[in-house]
Ligand binder design. Sequence first.
Ligand code: KG4
Ligand code: ZN
Length: 366
Amino acid sequence: MRILAIETSCDETAAAVVDDGHVVRSNVVASQAELHRQYGGVFPELASRAHVEAIAPVVQKAMDDARATWDSLSAIAVTRGPGLPGSLVVGVNMAKGISLATGLPLIGINHLEGHIYAHWLSLNGRPANDNPMVYQLLHSEGDLSPFPLVALIVSGGHTELVLMHAHGHYELLGHTVDDAAGEAFDKVARLLGLGYPGGPAIQRAAQGGNPHRFKFSRPRISLNARTVRTAQEEFLFSFSGIKTQVLRLVQAFGMSKDGKLSPQTPVSDIAASFQNAVTDWLVEKTARAAERYGARLVLVGGGVSANQMLRQKMRAQFGSMVAFPPLWLCTDNAAMIGAAAYYALRRGLHHDLTLDVAPDLKLPES
Ligand code: KG4
Ligand code: ZN
């Protein structure tokens, strides 16, 4: 079963051709990072217009790279949410146009589900993720089951801790009550004058820095926080407090009124200490969830899963139970949407041409 998948939820215009839910035949990503760099974050209006420009060539390239013909396809998949409304609309309309022209079934996918399914992908006959044992278990059917598994999705827009009972069957254990983990990296990087996107910049600045020099206090989060969507306080995350603590710290070293750091500011020590604290919190809560629910596997996904310190700590905690996608599947891409769509189609899910975008789509929903 061959699926053409499209992803435009944020600032990457992406299309991919995926066979049988795992074989990546092509994977094209046009990044807008350069466009948004000057704003220190994604500028929604510009993002949707850049998608409009890029979408047709990106889809055509995905088809060409895969040497796929339209009649070799079984379905068209597209991210319908969560994400920026104006960005999602571009991908959804493109997918509808193709579905209308070809008569192929249309299937709208939850972006977060995509980040989880990145683990099912293979390239050139080999598992794409870094743990072949995990990959094998994910693909086994019958007695050997990969479920229940715990997935941590950490990106610029999301921090979700998810218990997955079966294909398409998710339970949200925890989420952030304010900033996403990647957003914290981006905001702290901006504060430290390190540029955008913040994650890679912080990781670079942290090299050679002392991760134990500054201690950040742990966020205290209560269930009466307005934004809470789960009943489990212990699995909630919060990252706005640490950003404020970093601000106080750079101010204490003598920040000017217009945000210029004093030359005395120990940027790499601050970056290293910040990265150390955030990764500690992520690993701790994931470990607690995995133990509580007897998880067989831990799958980490989303842009922040590219972080080397997070990977080291997760491997130290979970050993052979944990897997990470390769860097090109950590950040937004369409191949992961194609993998998720395959399993969704097998469950009988598809949409008609009235499919709308769902900017606030939650995980248990498809
Ligand atoms: O998944 P993604 O490409 O887009 C969203 O759906 O948000 O994630 C982008 C986020 C950005 O916040 C970026 O700073 C972060 O992932 N990121 C990292 C690293 N690489 C990217 N965060 C920490 N360490 C990294 N190495
Ligand atoms: Zn994402």
